[in-house]
Design a binder for this molecule. Structure first.
Ligand code: PRP
Ligand code: URA
Length: 208
């Protein structure tokens, strides 16, 4: 069974409180989502593989290590883009695979509209990025699409999850690690996370 981790760190709790606040505007919302993404990515990637190497410093030779795995980030459009600057500032060499999904407002089922993955994804360390895990339909679909490439080394990172979404991903893809900044109470009748933070895509991009 993969890991299920809900981060417990004062900085993350503080920043989450900022973005949950309905009074927080686009600029601060966007900046803070990115900051949380960076903090979470730092912790998640502690299992990245490294290899030994020797570096010549100005003073002598140093036996050290460098990352030996290709990293592919897969933001689920649109809201996943909101965490990307923070994560790529930590891992500037990461490749990026885009997956465009939106939820049908009636059925809440994910509708796919764009897929573009780097060829190396199959053998890479893959991190799927989407701030909101509500019914879990979007993340499960994303994992399906990524697995179809042959990729096996897959994690998911999000900000706020509902128990319903966590259960669905755990049952459908038990091998995939889930990392969240918070696990909330429930979904409402419209499939929104309660108390959540509202519509993350709309708040990031000012579309409402
Ligand atoms: C939101 C969110 C997730 C999805 C979560 O995207 O960013 O992708 O809903 O819901 P689920 O767990 O029930 O699938 P949305 O469909 O609103 O698209 P957007 O990011 O373009 O706003
Ligand atoms: N998508 C969002 O952006 N927010 C929710 O609460 C649920 C799905």
């Amino acid at each position: 069974m993969g890991k299920f981790v809900v981060f417990d760190h004062p900085l993350i709790r503080h920043k989450l409180a900022l973005i949950r606040d309905e009074k927080t505007g686009t600029k601060d919302f966007r900046q803070t989502v990115d900051e949380i993404g960076m903090l979470m990515a730092f912790e998640i990637t502690k299992d990245l593989a490294t290899e030994d190497c020797v570096v010549k410093t100005p003073v002598g030779l140093c036996n050290t290590q460098k990352i030996s795995q290709e990293v592919v980030l897969v933001p689920i459009l649109r809201a996943g883009l909101g965490m990307m600057n923070g994560i790529t500032s930590l891992i500037p060499t990461a490749k990026v695979g885009f997956l465009g999904l939106f939820r049908d407002e009636e059925t809440l089922e994910p509708q796919e509209y764009y897929v573009k993955f780097p060829p190396c994804i199959k053998d890479s360390y893959v991190l799927i990025v989407d701030p909101m895990l509500a019914t879990g339909g979007s993340v499960c679909h994303a994992i399906d699409v990524v697995k179809r490439t042959g990729a096996k080394n897959i994690r998911y990172v999000g900000l706020v999850g509902a128990p319903e979404g966590v259960k669905k991903v755990r049952e459908t893809h038990p091998d995939v690690d889930i990392y969240l900044a918070a696990l909330d109470e429930k979904l409402n009748e419209n499939g929104y996370i309660v108390p959540g933070l509202g519509d993350c895509g709309d708040r990031l991009f000012g579309t409402k």
